[in-house]
Design a protein around this ligand. Structure first.
Ligand code: AMP
Ligand code: MG
Length: 333
């Protein structure tokens, strides 16, 4: 059995997990919550630095208690999220990963956070070759595997959908993360107010929509629910349209949803209906594997290690703009 320790900390969630080929052995996390406003990269990094020791030791002692015969010497490698993400957060976690790799004398593996979202979803849902809709705070991308890489077929041209929801929520005076609060308000909306629908070929834009939603609140301060409803309906229809076109273009009939915004039930419902209408199948993992988590980093590390890929310390610099299509997929054929 191969066992990987994975560390995640690209943004606000610090996570650690031990994963084998068969299962997630143990997980722990600690989440940075901004006192006001959005995520402050340096504050988030300070949170990670302060919590790392506790989170890692919780995983190691937890695994010892839960799994008979588990010891530190059973860990085969350390995986960490090398990017994309916030520079200060990435550097904090990478430093810890390097230190653990050196002190345990085991290989280090730098993994791409987006590809990790995809692979944990494929694993948990048992889906082979889906089109992927990855929607998180900073990212919104439609991807599919072709000739050794996850190709980005379409993406946001400005902000990620999660970021758009969080910004609008902040304007409503709601605390971070705003997505679930907007979902709650939207579920009570009944009237669709006009919102700009911006799809350019396979790409999307959410910043104009966010501005329009703020203006709608200024002019209809008592219609929060309807504005949230209209914002969601518009943004999710845009995402569904581009995803459907990607599925048609690739001739793939399976869809995998990934990323924190994937927890939204209205988005899930729209995508499920679209897949159903095309005779396809919709897959979504449990919420804890949609949001950022250590298990996905450990799991992708495991796939990389077993396909012969490790990261020498000299190449372990963090990559804040690391794109999924930069990664050579060595574990699929
Ligand atoms: P991630 O970057 O993958 O950790 O995802 C975080 C983003 O997901 C934040 O922007 C949240 O507001 C958003 N999010 C979490 N839950 C929901 C939800 N139920 N509906 C919409 N957005 C959500
Ligand atoms: Mg993420």
């Amino acid at each position: 059995m191969t066992i990987l320790l994975g560390l995640e900390g690209t943004a606000w969630n610090l996570g650690a997990a031990l994963v084998s080929e068969e299962s997630v052995l143990y997980e722990a996390e600690s989440t940075y919550k901004p006192k006001y406003g959005g995520i402050h990269p340096r504050e988030a990094a300070q949170h990670h630095a302060a919590e790392l020791k506790e989170v890692v030791s919780r995983v190691l002692t937890g695994a010892k208690e839960k799994e008979a015969g588990f010891s530190l010497t059973r860990i085969d490698a350390i995986a960490f999220s090398q990017g994309p993400g916030m520079g200060p957060c990435l550097r904090t976690v990478a430093t810890a990963a390097r230190a653990l790799s050196l002190s345990f004398k085991i290989p280090l593996i730098g993994v791409n956070h987006c590809v990790a979202h995809i692979e944990i979803g494929r694993w948990r849902c048992g889906v082979r070759d889906p089109v992927i809709l990855y929607v998180s705070g900073a990212n919104s991308q439609v991807l599919a595997y072709r000739s050794g890489r996850y190709r980005v077929l379409g993406e946001t041209l400005d902000i990620g959908i999660g970021n758009a929801l969080d910004k609008f929520a902040r304007y409503l005076g709601l605390s971070h993360p705003g997505g679930p609060k907007i979902e709650e308000l939207a579920s009570k909306g009944t009237t669709y107010l006009y919102m700009p629908y911006i799809v350019k070929g396979m790409d999307l834009s959410f910043s104009g929509l966010t501005t329009a939603a703020k203006e709608a609140i200024d002019s209809h301060p008592d219609e929060k629910e309807d504005v949230c409803y209209s914002f969601q309906e518009t943004a999710f229809a845009m995402l569904t349209e581009v995803t459907e076109r990607a599925m048609a273009h690739c001739g793939k009939d399976e869809l995998l949803l990934a990323g924190g915004v994937g927890a939204n039930r209205r988005l899930q419902q729209m995508l499920r209906t679209m897949c159903h209408d095309r005779g396809g199948t919709f897959y979504v993992p449990e919420n804890r594997y949609l949001k950022d988590n250590g298990a996905m980093i450990a799991y992708l590390g495991l796939l990389m290690l077993t396909s012969g890929v490790t990261t020498p310390i000299e190449s372990s610099r963090v990559k804040p703009n690391y794109r999924p299509d930069e990664v050579e997929v060595t574990w699929r054929n």
